[in-house]
Design a protein around this ligand. Sequence first.
Ligand code: SAM
Length: 279
Amino acid sequence: MLSYLHAFHAGNFADVQKHGALLLALRMMQAKDSAIACFDTHAGSALYRLDSDQAQKTDEARRGIQALWPDRQQLLSGDWKAFMAQLERFNGSRAALSHYGGSPAWMAALKRPQDTVTAFELHPTETGKLSDWAATVGIQVRHQDGLRGLLKALPPSAPRLLVLTDPSYEIKTEYRDVAETVIKAWQRCRHGVFLVWYPILPKQDHHRLFSALTASEVTKVLRSELTLAETPDRGMSGSGMLVINPPWGFEERFRAMMSEAGTADRLNATHQLDWLVPE
Ligand code: SAM
């Protein structure tokens, strides 16, 4: 039933955008001491080998994180430096970039003692790998539907909330299900920061997400879209993120990050940032 495996896509241009936004939002929230409950509704298996057969088969990381990695010393604003420093930690003493962190690994890396991280995953093999890894870093794993699981957990006992929702959109109803869940989650925790990833595909199904959100009472929805300069024959032509309630100042800092990353010699993509729903 579940056929998607993130190992084929880890470190691609969409991961760079998604994990860049996640890391920046979480770091900015941590400027205050109060505890943050972090939820990853679609976690994957946490750590990926870029030299695995799966990654080599698609070679997606070459046009993603591998295109930024050589510039990490001189590259990039302070926010990319923090990203690259963490990526170096995922790789230990290895000179080449062979390991890439999935979303729960980025959350776990930033987690302070007062924060919690809960990762949902439905695929049995992915959940097994995720659980083995999680036991070493002290985060909670739930082998459950992430959308239902999130709603059951809200409002959190911690004063603040960050949610990443990153489905594979294998099932057509997922756009509607994600929108309905985010709207309900927002109603239970209006100050929460919600990051929602979506693919940009020829059918433009992601507009279902937009119409549901714009018809709801949710406000402060920032939209980031990274569009590849060379449209591939098949697959995604771009990658999108919605950030609901971004921390103050996130917009400018994320715009700067993505404009540095998108240049022709790096991701070769244009980035647009606007408010799908303003305040
Ligand atoms: N968030 C991960 C990252 O950034 O590294 C990648 C996640 S991948 C795009 C989507 C994952 O969601 C897959 O591992 C898939 O097995 C899992 N999944 C699919 N439906 C799910 C559901 N209803 N609840 C939880 N996990 C689900």
